[in-house]
Design a protein around this ligand. Structure first.
Ligand code: FES
Length: 142
């Protein structure tokens, strides 16, 4: 199996079985991100314990790419320190913009998602969950 087939399988798995769907009852941080191009929306709720993400859920009204991205992001950020999550978010956005395919170890689980970067017209679908994450992290900073 080549890399693109492996990535496709991984993406399909998240479409069929998205992780951490729903919303938390009493989140410490909550944000809604809108895709102005298609009108879809994504809600992210986060529960913290000290400086770590204890749990997070996403409620997605959007396309498959948006669902995959939210699912992979949620898996990656749970149990991580808030500063590390911010680093992951920044590195992920950098990788989407880069010409080369170098991916830091920190983001290796996101390879299938980053492989979609050449599909520029769907970039907003990919980053919607990360926009909501940015909003939550900004609330935390305040
Ligand atoms: Fe709306 Fe992808 S088409 S989020």
């Amino acid at each position: 199996m080549n890399n693109s087939s492996i990535y496709r399988e991984a993406l399909l798995e998240h479409i069929k079985n998205p992780k951490n769907l729903g919303s938390l009852d009493n989140p410490d941080l909550k944000a809604v991100a809108f895709n102005s191009i298609c009108g879809d929306e994504l809600q992210l709720s986060i529960e913290l314990t000290e400086e770590k993400i204890k749990d997070c859920k996403t409620k997605v009204r959007g396309c498959s790419i948006c669902i995959v991205s939210a699912s992979m992001m949620s898996e990656l950020i749970i149990s991580k320190n808030i500063n590390e999550v911010d680093k992951i978010r920044k590195k992920f956005l950098e990788c989407l913009k880069k010409e080369n395919n170098k991916i830091p170890k920190l983001l290796s689980n996101l390879r299938p998602l980053i492989s979609l970067k050449n599909n520029r017209s769907r970039m907003k679908c990919v980053i919607l969950a990360w926009d909501a994450l940015f909003d939550c992290l900004s609330q935390y900073e305040k």
